[in-house]
Design a protein. Sequence first.
Length: 185
Amino acid sequence: MFGLLHGLYVQYTAKVELNILILGLDHAGKTTMLEQLKGIYKKMPGIRPDRIPPTIGLNIGKMDVSGCKCLFWDVGGQLKLRSLWDRYYAEAHGMIFVLDANDRSRLEEALETFQAVRESDELQGIPILIVANKQDLPGAMPAEEILRMFSGVRVQPASCLTCEGLEEGVRWVVEEARATARSFD
């Protein structure tokens, strides 16, 4: 009897565990975002933005967000590393695509890359957030303009340097992922 009660207690008090994939072109701000999230949710300083090297492979951040244990996977965005992205799709409960809203010269590349990712069967049904990063710069495209191009997803204007908009966007994707979480039995 104790075993049954203990099992029920553990089941109802355990935090939901979610895997959130962070993708985007190189230099979009993915790692800066992850490091800033550590400061927001873990109350510990991450790597200073001016000291962050390009990601070669994968950076992982573990933190509690909205009552969930979240594992954030920041995958390198260089062209040669994008072929590795699909290895993480099956276990993702949510995805954040970080867009450099100040780099209009790479907007078409970002859009094509996003559309290719979004077509993956393994990502169907999970919440997708586009973080329109670098809104602190004067030439950054407004979220409304980005939303017209990247239709059908939520766009969060943000600055990964100042943290403006990050918490709101991350909270949204985590809460949506919790509501639609898939089991991987």
